[in-house]
Design a protein around this ligand. Sequence first.
Ligand SMILES: Nc1ncnc2c1ncn2[C@@H]1O[C@H](COP(=O)(O)OP(=O)(O)OP(=O)(O)O)[C@@H](O)[C@H]1O
Ligand SMILES: [Mg+2]
Length: 400
Amino acid sequence: MSDARNGGSFRFVLIDGDELARVKIKQHLLSSGFRVIGETEDQKAGIRLIRGLHPDVIIMEIGADAGATLDVVRRLREELPTMGLILLSRDASPELILGSVRAGAHEFLTIPIDLTELDRAVERLRKMMAHMQTAQGRRGRTLAVYQTKGGVGSSSVATNLALSLLAEPERRVGLVDFNLQVGDLALMLDIEPEHTFARGIEDGTIDEAKLQTMLARHRSGLRLLTITDRPEESDLILRNHIPELFGLLNTMFDYVVVDVNRHLDERTLELLDLADTILLISTLDIPTIRNARRYVDLFERLEIPKERIRLIVNRFQEGTSITIRDLENTVGTEVFWSLPNEFRPMRAAIDSGNPVLLDSPRSRLARSYRELGAALCERPSEENGTPPNQDSLQSMQTSG
Ligand SMILES: Nc1ncnc2c1ncn2[C@@H]1O[C@H](COP(=O)(O)OP(=O)(O)OP(=O)(O)O)[C@@H](O)[C@H]1O
Ligand SMILES: [Mg+2]
């Protein structure tokens, strides 16, 4: 179902009392490049999941009490008007189909589920939601920058990439310092955040007005959210804050770039799971390459689709004994981009307190950051997961 793959960033929640049916649907969606961010057999638990995760599409079985399910559908439709809703039922009586449509369901499928019918329903939803998004302003995208090893340059990539995305004047870009100990992006941007997320959510609630006050403003227009600047406050951040926080950020920004803390606890995993794209930063040395392989394997075990991962080489230099091909062979993934090793503009940037993109905009490194930003915004290749073609890959690598 290649067409449906264009909606590859669709995030589903499944609510179905029949475990076998749930597994069958889930596997089918995953193999079609979609994401299943939550599943449950129980309707009440399902409603909590939906409120927390804000999925794009819900697939829900109509239970023994059809009236109660339709009441739930009506309530969800009011709360989350842009969400797609597919109902499943054994009873395909005209009354129930009509009742479902009136309650606000988009699609009605009979059990046992025919997967071709499901594909068609998802494809119809994809088209309808694409229209709605154009009309209402679309959901932003989360780009998580993840380091394979300390010091490979992930904070530099996150900061300069976020700045490069501002090339489009209308674009709203947020940068998140997701270091759960002490972040250093504020320092890189030479700003002093007054607020952090950890202190802002002390009372347990998040809303847009509150989040606005936590965002520091950089003169470029970039907004920075520091998760915490005090290691002792790290425990205030809970796993269930993450989908809520990023759900909200994605309504406020077109792109949310995240410098991710390498320590893999449940909060970081939650973030990696919801990210639209993971930029895995590596350098060309044996220990780092080995780690890159470990993380790609881990992502596979976590069922994070390969299409969402972009392998990036930082500090690339011609003529080193370890090549991009070695990295690709070890990791089993193509390199999406390589950024040149450029000591001088980096040093000048650190001294001036201005990222390279602003301090040395003509440097090769700044150019490569800008081109990386543009390549990541090319929606077709990002959404259907096809890597850049050979020509463009070559030009990227020589530009890098
Ligand atoms: N492309 C590059 N060319 C030259 N130097 C670079 C490049 N990218 C990063 N550096 C340098 O590498 C060092 C580490 O960079 P950075 O702080 O961005 O990495 P990090 O992965 O975030 O590190 P940490 O593990 O400390 O968070 C810095 O001194 C930075 O200036
Ligand atoms: Mg860092």
